[in-house]
Design a binder for this molecule. Structure first.
Ligand code: FUL
Length: 505
């Protein structure tokens, strides 16, 4: 009798592990940052390779920041313009109450992990006492020309445990050499070198692709590869963004990323000739809806780990304008943006522009505080952590540890979780273990309500984090179905939360 029971246990365990082999890990190879396909392989083989393109360590660390802050501050803050013309007098720059500590405190208390500062915007005015031009803080009345905004912001970031990034606009409307390509490239690289070597660790370098010269304007050919080499040389730990090689512009400034967001794209990163050729051949640009589908993989020769960053301003403008004080985004809007950026496999880069005093305005500060309160109230209580599940390995997706994962090697796969008692929830979080790639192509969530399975949410990609909202239900049983995946799937965490009604869309 005993041996019969043991056999039954063994058989039933074997049938369960066929689907949920939670302790399994897989054999490589993995392709860090990019892969080029050998010729003549099938689409299925390409898709399997796509599943194994992985981030490098800097990209992975960057993804985990989730929320970062942009700070647009320069002479435009004093002229009211969004794009300065480049002929503004440095005399205009005088933020009498400038307080980098106030910025860093408000930003870190809001849960953001980095500040990216506009060290030089399109008007060419430099927030640090550069040796390359007189168009800088050194020739302003602020601190009698002895101040350095970059230094103070970097020091405040260090004090508050924030990472620090630099925005340096390649397009420069003040530099005389702009348009004389070799001369301007030397000038730009000198500026970049100062920023990379004067202030300690730099975590992100943001190269804006904007250029308003128009058809009859100056033509400048940027030496992107030389810029990247300089960064690699002086700040090997930094990621480069937008016209950079590590982080992709999501393609809009609205705050809303794609529902289907692949970090593995056919869209080639950066401004190198090779990337330009690839993107021209495939007709790709950052704004397109599809950068990583199977159809695109079919046409591509190479793929890249090139994850999305969602940049958006808390106000209508990127710079502070007094007349926009009543247009600071509401908490409801900020939350919606959070779901559509962090919750769509992207990093949020939220711009908070200081005012003419050199302070984050009280309205913006209060809004950020409320936003953080919402995030804490909603996401501090993960109902899924109370779940128990019969499937080996499935417990690893509700253990609060991102480094452990539920391994799934047959699709569709249905994972059921039960709770000690029925609970109310209206938000699903699901995360993939992206150290081994992004794979899930479609999934759905159901809850057992009134004796039947009720579909709550369905979506496509997951990636680092996917958040979905649905009308609240009360249930003690859910079922997550992974319908399709490019290779074995690894779910590092799932979460169920209840967000307040008042904030629901
Ligand atoms: C754009 C710029 O033209 C805007 O002024 C702003 O800096 C935004 C983040 O990027 O390309």
């Amino acid at each position: 009798m005993l041996s019969r029971t043991i056999i039954i246990i063994i058989i039933s365990l074997a049938s369960l592990t066929a689907c949920f082999t939670g302790t399994e890990t897989e054999e490589g190879p993995y392709y860090e940052k990019s892969v080029t396909f050998p010729s003549g392989i099938s689409l299925d083989e390409k898709v399997k390779m796509a599943a194994r393109v992985v981030p490098d360590s800097q990209q992975l660390a960057w993804q985990k920041l989730e929320m970062t802050a942009f700070v647009h501050f320069t002479i435009n803050t004093f002229t009211g313009l969004e794009w300065g013309k480049g002929d503004e007098s440095p005399e205009l720059f005088n933020p009498a109450e400038f307080d980098a500590q106030q910025w860093a405190r408000i930003i870190s208390e809001a849960g953001m992990k980095m500040i990216i500062l506009t060290c030089k915007h399109h008007d060419g005015f430099c927030l640090w006492p550069t040796k390359t031009t007189d168009h800088s803080v050194k020739y302003s009345p602020w601190k009698a020309g002895k101040g350095d905004i970059v230094k103070e912001v970097k020091e405040a970031c260090d004090e508050y445990g924030l990472k620090f990034g630099i925005y340096l606009s390649p397009w420069d409307r003040n530099a005389e050499s702009y348009g004389d390509s070799p001369a301007y490239n030397r000038f730009f690289m000198e500026q970049l070198k100062e920023l990379l070597t004067w202030y300690g660790n730099i975590d992100e370098v943001w190269f804006d692709g904007a250029n308003g010269e128009g058809p009859n304007g100056k033509v400048q050919v940027y030496d992107w590869n030389a810029y990247y080499r300089l960064i690699e040389n002086y700040q090997p730990g930094a990621v480069t963004a937008i016209m950079g090689e590590d982080i992709r512009w999501v393609g809009t400034e609205s705050g809303y990323g794609r529902e289907t967001e692949w970090s593995v794209t056919a869209f080639a990163p950066g401004g190198s000739d090779r990337s330009r050729e690839i993107n021209e051949r495939l007709g790709l640009q950052a704004t397109l809806e599809d950068l990583g589908s199977r159809a695109l993989i079919d046409k591509a020769n190479s793929l890249f780990w090139y994850p999305a960053e969602v940049d958006v301003s808390i106000r209508p403008g990127w710079f502070y304008h007094k007349e926009q004080d009543d247009k600071v985004k509401t908490v409801k809007k900020l939350v919606d943006i959070y779901f559509s950026s962090v919750g769509r496999n992207s990093v949020l880069l939220l711009n908070i522009p200081p005012d003419t005093r050199g302070l984050i305005h009280e309205i913006d500060a209060a809004r950020l505080k409320e936003f953080k309160k919402y995030l804490d109230e909603t996401f501090d209580n993960n109902i899924a952590y109370r779940a128990f599940t019969r499937f080996p390995g499935a417990r690893k997706s509700v253990d609060g540890k991102n480094e452990t994962y539920t391994y799934i090697n047959e699709f569709p796969a249905e994972i059921e979780y039960k709770f000690p008692f029925a609970e109310d929830f209206n938000v699903l979080m699901i995360k993939e273990f992206i150290s081994k790639g992004q794979r899930i192509e479609s999934f759905k969530l159901e809850a057992f309500v009134n004796d039947e399975w009720l579909e709550l949410a369905t979506s496509t990609t997951v990636g680092y984090k996917k958040l979905l909202r649905f009308p609240a239900v009360k249930s003690d049983r859910i079922k997550l179905t992974i319908n399709q995946s490019r290779d074995n799937a690894m779910i590092s965490e799932i979460g169920l939360f209840l967000e307040p009604d008042s904030i629901q869309p």
